[in-house]
Design a protein around this ligand. Sequence first.
Ligand code: GLV
Length: 310
Amino acid sequence: MALLVSLTDTDIRPWVDVFEAGLSGMDIRIYPDVVDPSEIEYVAAWHHPFGEYKKYTNLKAILSLGAGVDHIINDPELPQNVPIVRMADEALIHDMCLYALHWVLHYHSNYYRYVKQQQEKQWLEHKFVAPKKRSVGIMGLGTIGKRVGEILSDQGFSVVGWGASDKYLTGRIEYFYGKDQMTGFLNKSEILINILPLTESTNNLIKANELHQLPEGALVINIGRGFIINQSDLLTALESGHIGAAVLDVFDVEPLPLDNPLWSHPNVTITPHIAGQSDGETGAVSMVENIRRIESGEAPFPLYDPVQGY
Ligand code: GLV
């Protein structure tokens, strides 16, 4: 029995060390070192070549390196009925919270202006706005979104949230749900942070109409998936000034093509899908634990639900 580690763009060694220490008796192989595809029972995966997993006839589970699993389920030849396990890694969640907090402060506290002013040697103070007077909207209140919202609320920001269903209830974050309450949510989001997973219902969710429901000059931060916010509508809204700035970590096509106008837009910050990085020390431990659970007949966590799409 073998675990295939297929983590294309990560420092693989810490992961392999944890797998070797935690999975005695399991052969740990690093993609593409597959001698006999029928030996592979588990895959620890980030982006993989589509069509590859169908060769693994004894696959018991696919363990995603990321919180999202779209990179797995988009494979048109994905073997059916193989459980897909998402990543709920503390290091990843914490990293995304820090990313969101950093960029919220960068704009809220005018640091972006001071960075530009230094280039002009300009000593000019901007008005301070108390965090409670700034409303931040979080789209997607799963494990990660909820924590991002709570951290911002801990800093005094006024946080609103939006999700597809009415399941989220808390006193700390004013919650909106469903298409009917989207406008109310967007109207309040001076800073919009998208952390939704990509599903059929979130694909192209935020288009020109929705962007125009944000307050004038709003900041858009996307750490969910590119396709959720329509890229050309976002560019148009940035051009018109209705959207003041955007911080984008995820894109329809990654890496972002060199001729994409977002690269050179003065009010756009681009990061290369690094907002939430899984850490070998903790991420691999949760994968080992999930393999242990599957081997002893327990359910792995968190399991991808094909009906919900995440
Ligand atoms: C990153 O994008 C992830 O899915 O965790």
